[in-house]
Ligand binder design. Sequence first.
Ligand code: BES
Ligand code: ZN
Length: 648
Amino acid sequence: MLATLICVPALFACSDATTEPANKVDASAAMKDVANEKMGNKAAEDNARAEITEGSSDMASGVDYHSFSNPDEVRVTHLALALSANFDTQQLSGSATLKVERTDPKYNELILDTRALKIETVTVNGEAVPFTLGETDVDLGTPLSISLPENANQVTVNYATSPSASGVQWLTPAQTAGKKHPFLFTQAQAVHARSFIPLQDSPQVRVTYEATIKTPPSLLAVMSAANDPQTKRDGEYTFTMPQPIPSYLIALAIGDLQFKAMGERTGVYAEPALLESAAKEFEDTEAMLEVTEETYGPYQWDRYDLLILPPSFPFGGMENPRLSFITPTVIAGDKSLVSLIAHELAHSWSGNTVTNATWRDLWLNEGFTTYLTYRIMEMIYGHERFKKEAVLGYQDLQNDIAALEQNDEILAIDLRGRNPDDVFSNIPYEKGALFLRELEQKVGRENFDAFLMQYFEDFAFKSITTDTFIDYLDETLLKQYPEKLDAERIQQWIFEPGIPEGAPKPESDAFTKIDDTRSAWLSGDVKAADIETAQWTVHEWLYFLNNMPESLTDKQLTALDTAFSLTETQNNEIAHSWLMIAVANEYKPAYERLYSYLVSIGRNKLVKPLYRTLSQTPEGKAFAKKAFEEAKPGYHPLTIRANEGFVN
Ligand code: BES
Ligand code: ZN
């Protein structure tokens, strides 16, 4: 196969962040731009920070503009956590012990990222040492500097989190399914691990970890680590994560959780009330795992379990290794929304095994994962469903491109001076996936699959930049298929806004029929009640609704609602599409549902477009404000931040 394509780390600057100091890796003359490739190099970083203030447009590849840490000088390689969860004070408190390695004996300062942490004491090799907290940045938190005596290799920080930690949500019993026990979950991506652990919070630093977590005895703790489903529920839980992972994948949840196996390597943790329905909805997870391994190489993480969170979880899912965190809003009863599971599973390859080195390179995580998601869905559910999902994804992308600033349509986005949370869009996802689909179509599926399998092997447990990927492409696919690919086109995909002309355009015959049906209904040729919808899947419904004209009459809205009970739909995605139409047209019979939807769901992707559209009229804004104020105590900090601007 691709025997010549083995990655030579020095050539491709595949920084082995676990063991290799990054500057050593970069010492190759073969690098296109050595100065630019300096992963986390402190001098480059200082320069780059100065550039932000000076407004220069030179951006250094591989520099993490979202961490204060100095892994190029002193690198953390292992983390031992000992934390107690206090639900009364809403604090995690205890210690983080970091194993550190200096890249050169002359470096004697360790800089950690923190955010709103109360630092009690710091010890180095068991001895108390002084420490300094620097100036706080609203987005990045506060650097914690610790001077290291000679031979220091172990640093312990005793600390407590703030009740309003940006990466932790504490839920009251009323906010859970069972209503009897409190719940806690963390969400570290992108820059929130530092709000519950003092560490080098950069995706180019990988650590192994172990943890002891104390909880009220009736609750179970789970982590993005080896979890023992048979563990005794006694309020003290221990974990180990033997594979090195970036900090944004460290995760903890505590609640009244039970486990049910779905397959040999897959299972689900959920509150008892949701356990059976979740296990049924996601029963194809094991099959997904198997086909992904067959196509892209071995699963590196032992078990793959799901954790179903309360509805305030701000994302659809989060790929925490061995244990993806999943919103309950995708339990639809008919597996119609399980592409989310394929997505989080796919991250086990693209993201968790091969990791973006900085948040600018997020598309390496999300674009590859979105491409893999489509492929997994096709392998499990067939070509028709794949085509429909690809069209829906493409339309999401088109809508974003219509709305975004050109600079935000670039895959390798300039995030200097910005909070990664504020730049969330379909660009890294769907544009990234479309780019890979074009490569696939040009070189052929089989060849592209072989390329990806090799890519995952060559960069396993490494954090890489966009430039490293481009260099790799140059040395591999471009050399193999010079007549099919060209470097300029690749540059265009990665560094220019919009969708390049001639890009693949997903199509679905099933949807052409839906277009005809919609037109016939809009022109009055067919009555809503006479539309034959018995065979429609959720995808048909979404396509039918998402492509309605901007304004509909009350009569039309009533006809649709009467025929299909859309206001009552139990599918959260269909409800979202319908409520968007209702808001745009001020269709009041749906507003009660709209209100309860907004106060019961915290998944940002579902609520933000509704708040945004509501905020466009004074009356809508007043309604949004009321819902937001009621929902706010139950919303995650990220959902609050993303939406408060619409109601104030
Ligand atoms: N890793 C992301 C979530 C994320 C991205 C959190 C960037 C913070 C910063 C996760 O895998 C994801 O993409 N979730 C999507 C899934 C969807 C595209 C299927 C979501 O939550 O909507
Ligand atoms: Zn993702």
